[in-house]
Design a protein. Sequence first.
Length: 181
Amino acid sequence: MKKIQDPKMLTREALAQQAFSWALSLIPSTKKHKETEARAILFGAVCIYYARPFTSNKGFGMISPDIVPEDMKITHTRIIKNRHRIIAHSDIGEEINRLYIRSDGNSALVENRHKAPDDDFLLEVEKLIKIVLEKTKVRINESLNSGVSSETKLAKGLYRFSVGEPPVWLEEIEDDGLGNS
């Protein structure tokens, strides 16, 4: 058999599959909590895991957004925007329910409380995650079926790939300051 043409792409898809699986695994817990802060927090974690493959992954890049069906693009965009608000921005927008300011006299802390998603949107998110997860599995299987050499196949269902040289920073680390070399 021939070798995998693009091991980085295969790794990117495998990382995406893992992230989508984690997002999907949080949905049942998120559904249990109705209109609570716990639901908003769990949904935030769903958004973070779902969005991970669509953001820059050092060394591997993003998966193609063409994996998202046309009729699910609005849901996809809402999830990505929610992820950006949680991780990168503190925008006060439609997803913010309450704004708290705490002060101890010396400093103030602003807490953005995001609204919990309603049941209908949560079902739509679950549907989307299942679709992209399945598409990712298909892409991985297509890559593996396109050719796996005897050097990469370790056992049934277990493969090893070189996806490039180790990063320079890894070679430069001699002492991490914790007594580990």
